[in-house]
Design a protein around this ligand. Sequence first.
Ligand code: F6R
Length: 614
Amino acid sequence: MCGIIGYIGYQEACPVLLKGLHRLEYRGYDSAGLALNDGSCNLRIYKCKGRVSELENFLQGKDISGTIGIAHTRWATHGVPDNVNAHPHESQSGNIVLVHNGIIENYALLKEVLSSNGYVFKSSTDSEVLVNLIEYVKNTNGCSLLEATRQALRQVVGAYAIAVMEKNDPDHIIAARQSSPLAIGIGKGEYFLCSDAASIIEHTRDFVYIDDGEMAVISRNEDLKVLKLDNSEGKINVRKLELSISQLEKGGYPHFMLKEINEQPRTITDCIRGRIDVGNMNVTLSGFTFNKEKFLNAERIIFVACGTSWHASLIGEHLIEDLCRIPVEVEYASEFRYRNPVIRKNDIVIAVSQSGETADTLAAIEIAKKSGAFVYGICNVVGSSIARATDSGTYIHVGPEIGVASTKAFTGQVTVMAMLALAIGQAKGTISGEDFHRIVRELHNMPETIAETLKSSERIADLAKIFTYARNFIYLGRGYNYPTALEGALKLKEISYIHAEGYPAAEMKHGPIALIDTEMPVVAIATPDHTYDKTASNIEEVKTRGGRILAIVSKDDRHIRRIADYCIDVPVISECLMPLVVSIPLQLLAYHIAVYKGMDVDRPRNLAKSVTVE
Ligand code: F6R
């Protein structure tokens, strides 16, 4: 994961880099560092364990002058998070300095070769191997930094976004990308490079996204050059980033996660805008319209995704099978990519990813493309690698999600899947007019329904106090709400570090019921649907064994209210849209428990927002 940033221009680089690093912290936050050159070949590296704010403290009183620099915030892969393993890394002579996001898979072999040529390594990182490889190539061939970097990268197997500078050259930064994101921001008389364009939007809205196998030569007062690793010229395509600074700030909330939970009425409005026309009873997704025949002829749809996006895909499976009668499979991208999946020409692969940068999902897309399948993306980040790698797709348009635990992206993904299922179902004639009209109206009203659901936040905060000291949780749901239960459990584990498992309610008696005792809270999703009575029986089974039940029920529920210890009421709409409603109290429950436990809700330990390594 990790975030990289670089600057060359007329401003002091350090404040630009630090502000950008703060914005990139969602990508990793176990150590941070920067390298600055003051123009008289005075290259200084400052780095330390901990967050960017700790780097800022460390910089107090230091010489931080210079109008060129590169910086890094780390999510450790090779080597523990400490001062030595923090980036930037310098080459043995101290002449070359590098920041790196990714993994060099053949680093051990390269390290051996370098060691036998006299190189000694200070850190345990793969990145230090790369900077020394660049130096070794440069010294051996007597070539420029650009040429040495190009030749070194041709020997590298793995993923990288890198930025490299030389001590005696304060006018150039070389950057390169393979499977890790890299954008170059173009200002007036200045350039920026970064893992995520949003990190520097105060400075420019004009970006060139570097593609896999490309290098960028960023020079003071000269045009940007893009080269491929085979030395041919790459295309420079400048794109405008549409984003406001307020979208990147907390807006008065104590945490991004709470802001993002509360934003959901607006983000769903943005997601359905121009797509749901309740007057003409139409659902229009351009990605579907332009590829209608493919969807109509699809023999199977395969979702590939990770984590929360995988949970949303499980809901997509129900929606598409129910409304379109097309068989659906849902695959963990990380498993799909390493088995030998049967993919046929008439299969459609739908890749689902908030960040659009998840390494496993990107690799799954490549496999699907090689097999000749049509690949459709459901992404949030515009211009991201997955958005670019897919044949077509739909953006969820929920705005930047900064809290590490995904909330509004999940409901955006499910909303897009519901619209896609409606559009396919209508075109195929597999959904009745009555059902179509009802679901379209409910989607149109979804922002108000979610706003109504959010009103239970205070009650949930009170309930959260009761459960703060629980050590385990079970989440139960059936049908559409089984994936919702999985997602609720994931939210709790991620930010409160309480062990939690989601199960299909009826599966309990096949094993997990052995875990039930008076210490075990069970969150049961028991809204009215076609398995309500069965779920009620499953809850009775838990109650009989002493489990403490917190049930998510409809306002009018009488039956489960009598069995459960605590209830949270939610509005009731069609079964296929209930995950959108039910996920709200589950997000709030996880949030409030984590806050009571004093956890760092937006930056939970060991996690990063964008998983660009496998
Ligand atoms: C959980 C969470 C992760 C991501 C997963 C995939 O809250 O955010 O499980 O869902 O890492 O990320 P994307 O959707 O960016 O591909």
